[in-house]
Structures are given as C-alpha cells and as structure tokens.
Design a protein around this ligand. Sequence first.
Ligand code: HEM
Length: 118
Amino acid sequence: MHAFGEYWIQYTGKVGYGAMMDMGGDTFPEFLENLDELHTRLSINFPKYDPPSFECTETEENSLELHYRSSRHGLTAMVVGLLKGLGTRFNTEVNIVQTQNREEGAEHDAFLIEYKLN
Ligand code: HEM
C-alpha cells in the first residue's frame, strides 16, 4: 500500500491529473494545505463521492501536523506513500511520523511531517 501510494503520485501526475496536481500548489506544504479543498471540490464530478479529509494544523516553517479522516479503513499506509510521492514531486525531503492511530483507538490518524524545501 505504501509503495502503491508513492507510485500513484507519479502516475496521476502523468496521466490526466497533471493539471489538477499543478493547481494544488507550488510547494509541498502549500499542496497539503489545499488537499482538503481539492477533494471537496471534486464532489461536483463524482455523485457518490465520499472523500477523505486532510486538515493541516501546527503549521511551522519546516513542519506541520496532518489529520487524516476517512470513512474507509486500511488506507493509512497508502497515505504515507502518497505523502512521500508528493515530497518527490516537489523535490522535498520528508520525514513522516504517525502521531495518532485509528487502529489503536484514536478518533482519526494524524502525522507529524517534517520537510526540507530544496
Ligand atoms: C490531482 C490530485 C488528486 C485528485 C484528483 C484526487 C481525487 C480523489 C478521488 C476522486 C478519490 C475517491 C473518493 C471516493 O471514491 O469517494 C480520492 C481518494 C483519496 N485520495 Fe485523492 N486525489 C488527489 C490527490 C491526492 C493526494 C495528493 C493525496 C495524498 C494524501 C490523496 C489522498 C487520497 C486518499 C487517501 C483517498 C482514499 C479515500 C479515503 O481515504 O477515504 N489524494 N482522491
């Protein structure tokens, strides 16, 4: 799931979703700030849409906390892969530590993400 997520960013960047990826932001943190809105906006195109939610908090110069909420289970490893793929896309080193785990009883998953803009 992790590898799939990482690959998915490269793949969708090339086949059809490149323009949307470009609109999502110019830097890794900017893209993450826009990720929630990007998924919300897509509800116009997908009638039975049930998007995940990504909320950024504790935004500092080189780190942020990302809160992932979803009606689905089992996609957390894919999210980590997607985040790594995004880092590669933006030429940004990322270090991701999961700080809350839904499988261990937390209300939702959360990650502390440190990044180094190059
Ligand atoms: C152009 C960029 C993107 C587009 C167009 C897009 C679109 C979508 C769509 C259509 C779904 C399916 C929702 C449903 O079936 O109801 C989805 C799910 C998902 N997206 Fe994105 N997405 C994009 C980028 C990203 C990125 C960068 C992440 C990084 C974390 C991400 C994380 C997810 C996850 C984890 C799901 C699975 C659903 C869930 O967790 O409940 N997406 N996305």
